[in-house]
Write a protein that binds this ligand. Structure first.
Ligand code: GLV
Ligand code: MN
Ligand code: MN
Length: 433
């Protein structure tokens, strides 16, 4: 069963039925009703649904005898002690928070797949040399606090603890700050203590749905992520002049929403221009939220807040688009008599996977006779920041039509089982080194 020299366990049995059942059960912790389009899930961090899902997951892990540690931001570590417990552990994991009207596989496959991979190794009689940890990372999604990968940024020290605690709650009206919300959810203590030293783990592998179409299109069951594109987030606050929708005459208006519309179109225009210039589709930009004040049909908008998400495999090119957007913003301000304030939320660098872990995943695929394909992740993941703690890589599995962040997101049980098996084999390999 175990090739001692390579440290590869090739006959791991994944309990696909149980894993599929757990994924369905986790999808039940949601703030939205089932949708005709598929299984709609909304599970925003630190809401009652998120906390209930965390407690349920903890029960599953404790039933396996894994030790539990929770840090001040709610990152949760489930540890299977290895034979040489003093060595740096190998870790896997992902997130269970879900954006509004999401699907049921984003992040959850990496968490429940990670748990099943550890259970399967136990069943196969493996006693890892290094400990193996499953990590549930807090708020990979930016929905509530405006910045993605909160937990992994804090682990890596990429986000200052004080700044993190002062992040405003964007979901609840008068919702306070992260400091207040996390304490209310039962996660107290200083965020300074969350940070891990570089080298805390020997390696990190995250299993995730591809969230793109390539694996399905090419009929390849496993994607091996070699790099993760660089995300950035900005907030634009557009201030104009409000007033009565009937009485404020058109020549006198300084409508903030009309200015916002121009800003959104400028983002699209400059991003398309960058793609034309590079001959690629590697630059993507989205204005995904637009908060209008006062938000009444008969009131001219006086203030609008836009959140922009912009990503590129090349951060220089991404910055070039931002410079072009800023030039347009200055013009829109002048032409419309508006004040537009820009805040940078995050501007991250891309991350490269570890050649060694990529090799271990590919060896596992070869041992199974499963085809794999090296690929870039255009979505971001906690792995981007875990790279500040230890060498990383990711395993992708196909999802139907490449669809994600939608209720009709779907990955087949067969694909999930294969990804989980490759994860288990990779963990066994890394934990034996
Ligand atoms: C993660 O959810 C992302 O937006 O890439
Ligand atoms: Mn997501
Ligand atoms: Mn995800």
């Amino acid at each position: 069963m175990t090739d001692k020299k390579a440290g590869i366990v090739s006959e791991i049995v994944i309990d696909g039925e149980r894993l599929a059942g757990e994924l369905r059960e986790l999808a039940g912790f949601t703030h939205v009703e089932a949708s005709a389009e598929g299984t709609a899930v909304t599970r925003v961090v630190f809401t009652a649904d998120d906390l209930a899902a965390r407690a349920w997951l903890r029960g599953l892990a404790e039933a396996e005898g894994f030790a539990v540690r929770v840090d001040a931001v709610g990152n949760t570590f489930f540890r299977w002690e290895g034979a040489e417990a003093g060595l740096a552990a190998v870790a896997t994991g992902s997130h269970i928070d879900a954006i509004p009207h999401a699907g049921m596989y984003d992040g959850t496959v990496g968490v429940l797949g990670g748990l099943e991979a550890m259970r399967a190794l136990k069943r196969a009689g493996v006693r890892p040399r290094r400990s193996i940890e499953l990590v549930l990372l807090t708020s990979e999604e930016p929905t509530r606090f405006g910045i993605g990968c909160l937990g992994s940024r804090l682990l890596a020290g990429t986000l200052d603890a004080e700044r993190a605690d002062s992040l405003p709650d964007l979901v609840e009206d008068n919702g306070g700050t992260l400091a207040e919300v996390r304490k209310g959810a039962g996660f107290s203590g200083g965020l300074d203590g969350v940070r891990m030293e570089a080298g805390h783990y020997a390696g990190w592998v995250e299993l995730h749905i591809e969230q793109g179409p390539l694996l399905e299109r090419e009929g390849v069951p496993i994607g091996v992520v070699t790099s993760i594109a660089a995300p950035a987030g900005y907030r634009f606050t557009i201030e104009g002049l409000g007033g009565h929708a009937g009485a404020l005459l058109m020549p006198d208006r300084r409508d903030a929403l009309c200015g916002a519309a121009e800003v959104i179109l400028a983002v699209e225009r400059n991003t398309l221009a960058a793609n034309r210039a590079s001959g690629t589709s590697d630059t993507v930009a989205t204005v995904g939220t637009c908060a209008v004040h006062p938000g009444a049909v008969n009131s001219v908008p006086s203030r609008v807040v836009l959140q922009l998400d912009i990503r590129d495999t090349d951060p220089e090119r991404r910055e070039g688009v931002m410079r072009a957007v800023r030039a347009d913003v200055a013009r829109i301000e002048a032409e419309r008599g508006l004040q537009i304030r820009e805040e940078m939320v995050n501007a991250d660098e891309p991350t490269a996977s570890s050649a060694e872990i990529v090799g271990a995943i590919e060896e596992a695929c070869a041992a199974r006779g499963v085809a794999s394909k090296r690929m870039v992740s255009r979505a971001y993941h906690d792995s981007l920041f875990m790279a500040g703690v230890c060498p990383i890589a990711m395993i992708f599995i196909p999802c139907r039509g490449g669809v994600s962040h939608r209720p009709d997101e779907f990955a087949s049980q067969e694909a999930i089982v294969e990804g989980t098996r490759i994860l288990a084999m990779t963990l066994a390999r890394l934990a034996s080194a």
